[in-house]
Design a protein around this ligand. Structure first.
Ligand SMILES: [Zn+2]
Length: 320
């Protein structure tokens, strides 16, 4: 903050001096009326001339660099990364290019894309992201809401027969079968989905798939909830088990008898979102309301709650 103020002040001062310089140079201000000795004034004018020259040189240098970069063949690398600050995790795609000289941020369909020069230090990249944190959160929120992620999401699963569960990077291929039980492959990452005899029936496909995800959710979400509950004596004592729900608008609920309901759709979100909902419901075991004390407890228990909440709010995942 202080640095910002200082830079702004320096800029203003420089502009004032430039303005003064031109007025003197063009004779709009008479030398005699300035009240500066001739030698002081010459010194000042010489200084301004040097500043002007160095600005021209900077500009020329940048233009030369630009021209040179144009002819260079572009090589790019791209990877998924996470940045942490204030205890929060924010996933983003980092694209490095040898043609780039500055860092830029772009938010597309609820995803943060960071472009950077090939040699830029990761520390500087993360510092840059951090400085734009508020903008990123706002834009993530806006672009997710307007993007048509949901129908595309289901259509991709139907057309390509693959699905990502709990944010596992690789999408799990789905093979359709007509007999036997829906199951994971024994030594391979694959889902064998029983859909009956008609492999072209979209509705049957999704009924079977959702049934299968619910059975997986029963084990995986329970394991995850137990893991978090074990970190707090009160949660450990009060937590009694989970139910899998198909609610249209609620991600989870918590009953006073210690039973937590979790939406099966948490399985197709990122782990961050599923974790947040689980921790949110666990904290209701301490406070059955959304009082400030509840939020305080949740923030202490799950510090990534703000980013997770923002992601979750944007996920209006429709039915297939
Ligand atoms: Zn709640």
């Amino acid at each position: 903050m202080e640095k910002d103020k200082y830079e702004k002040f320096a800029e203003q001062l420089e502009r004032c001096m430039e303005d003064f310089f031109y007025r003197v140079k063009s004779g709009k201000i008479k030398r005699e009326s300035i009240g500066m000795s001739d030698s002081k004034l010459s010194e000042f004018l010489e200084l301004m001339r040097l500043i002007e020259e160095s600005k021209k040189e900077d500009k020329k240098f940048l233009e030369e660099q630009k021209a040179e970069a144009k002819h260079r063949k572009e090589t790019k690398t791209s990877r998924i990364s996470t940045v942490r600050f204030n205890g929060e995790k924010l996933p983003y795609t980092l694209i490095r290019s040898n043609k780039r000289r500055t860092i830029s941020l772009n938010v597309k369909a609820g995803e943060l894309i960071v472009r950077a020069p090939v040699n830029e230090h990761i520390f500087d990249i993360e510092l840059f992201i951090e400085s734009k944190y508020d903008w990123i959160l706002r834009t993530l929120k806006r672009t997710r809401l307007v993007s048509n992620l949901n129908q595309e999401f289901w259509q991709d699963i139907w057309e390509n027969k693959r699905i990502s569960l709990l944010g596992i990077g690789t999408k799990i291929p789905i093979s359709l079968i007509s007999t036997g039980k829906s199951r994971f492959g024994e030594n391979e990452l694959r889902i064998y989905l029983r859909v009956g005899d008609d492999f072209s029936n979209r509705e049957l496909f999704f009924i079977s798939l959702i049934e299968f995800i619910k059975t997986v959710a029963k084990q995986q979400l329970l394991a995850l909830t137990k893991e978090f509950a074990s970190k707090d004596p009160l949660f450990r004592a009060k937590f009694q088990g989970i139910r899998i729900s198909s609610a249209k608008t609620k991600w989870g609920t918590c009953r006073s008898d210690g039973i937590i309901s979790l939406n099966w759709k948490l399985m197709i979100l990122t782990p961050l979102e599923a974790e947040y909902v689980i921790c949110h419901e666990l904290c209701h075991l301490a406070y059955m309301n959304h009082s400030p004390r509840f939020w305080q407890r949740l923030r202490n228990f799950y510090p990534s709650m703000d980013i997770a909440r923002t992601l979750l709010e944007q996920n209006v995942i429709s039915e297939p």
